[in-house]
Design a protein around this ligand. Structure first.
Ligand code: PLP
Length: 362
């Protein structure tokens, strides 16, 4: 958490401890705070306060968007490279998967044909803003427009979790019907998130219980986490352009150095627009597990793909969907950059990567 988010968390936990839903004065005070944070989130995202739903994170937001639309009777569809928190509910609901090309992109002609073919049944189409493994970004406003034109009964949902620190979220929120966000990706606490939902008449709740969040997400509010998330979101969106250019410098430096240290490495999605917060590469002749083990020994924290899939021996579905051959896909590595990283750390990491790779090859 950013220091400001943590300070807000502690302040609210101490001062506004009552359940906002209660009927006494302490609850009314907490409810006013909740309304205030909701309005601040809406102001950042340029949407209506009534369109902001607080959730326990993007997994829940995505599930409400996907499974909630399926429960309302619609066919669900998503790109093949979505996070499991979208893809698993799509598959569980018998939904359709939209394929990607070798650059991790969705071909617009194919998407148009897909939408026209299924226009009558589609309830929701979900395409992410930034891929969490490769950093590849998608032209979400274009896709949202295509869905609204060719499948007008369908809602367009965007998992914008990875966009919050580096892109302008309002640009995603404006053309979409639903957007998912997760606080811990932009300096807020874990276990807290947002679903923007503009028309809930075609979305059913997954949990039944109290009347919180207009029945769409019942359960006692975690006001302190919502407060911390709001403060973190405001700061992240105020600084996204600066962070984007700072991280671009670090990422480009890293990839140039890795290119020298390990000429065999290929950078995934390099021909696509990408978020500068992520560098994903394929290393022939080694496995992610052995590389990660030795990087960890050197004090370098990286991953093979999504953190939630770590420990899995199968290659990532994202890389496989991009047509990477099975053996090469097993040598996938993902590095993430933050503002707190220094050029020295970048240099050390690239050097260590080269040494470890050569050692493993020997
Ligand atoms: N969607 C994307 C793109 C993510 O990167 C993540 C988390 O890594 C999630 C969804 C899940 O978010 P949460 O951990 O808040 O449930």
């Amino acid at each position: 958490m950013t220091p400001a988010a943590l300070a807000e968390y502690l302040k609210v936990a101490e001062q506004f401890f009552a359940n906002p839903q209660g009927s006494h004065r302490y609850s009314r005070i907490a409810m006013r705070q909740l309304d205030d944070y909701r309005e601040r989130v809406a102001a950042v995202l340029a949407c209506g306060a009534g369109e902001v739903f607080f959730t326990s994170g993007a997994t829940e937001s995505n599930n409400i968007a996907i499974q909630g639309s399926a429960r309302a009777g619609g066919l669900v569809a998503a790109s093949a490279v979505e996070h499991k928190a979208v893809l698993a509910p799509v598959l569980a609901r018998g939904g359709l998967v939209i394929s990607v090309d070798v650059d991790g992109q969705i071909d617009q002609d194919r998407l148009r044909r897909f939408l026209k073919e299924h226009a009558g049944q589609l309830g929701v189409v979900s395409i992410m803003a930034v891929n969490n493994e490769t950093g590849v970004t998608f032209p979400v406003p274009v896709f949202a427009g295509m869905v609204h034109k060719h499948a007008p009964r369908a809602l367009f949902h965007c998992d914008a979790v990875q966009a919050a620190t580096v892109l302008d979220l309002a640009e995603f929120v404006a053309p979409c019907d639903m957007v998912s966000l997760s606080a811990h990706k932009f300096g807020g606490p874990k276990g807290t998130g947002i679903l923007i939902a503009k028309d809930t008449s075609k979305v059913r709740p997954l949990s039944l219980g109290g009347s919180q969040e207009k029945d769409l997400r019942p359960g006692t509010h975690d006001l302190a986490s919502i407060a911390a998330m709001t403060v973190a979101l405001e700061a992240a969106q105020l600084n996204h352009a600066g962070v984007n250019s700072e991280l671009s410098v670090l990422r480009d430096r890293f990839e140039a150095l890795v290119g020298q240290e390990v000429p065999e490495a290929t950078f995934t999605g390099a021909n696509s627009p990408r978020s500068p917060a992520i560098s994903h590469m394929l290393l022939p002749g080694v496995t992610s597990e052995e590389m990660l083990f030795m990087l960890d020994e050197a004090g370098i924290a990286a991953s093979g793909g999504a953190a939630c899939a770590s420990g899995a021996l199968d290659p990532s579905h994202v890389v496989v969907a991009m047509g990477v051959e099975h053996q090469l896909a097993k040598g996938a590595l993902r590095f993430s950059f933050a503002r707190s990283n220094t050029p020295d750390e970048i240099d050390l990491t690239a050097k260590a990567l080269g040494e470890i790779y050569r050692r493993l090859q020997r």
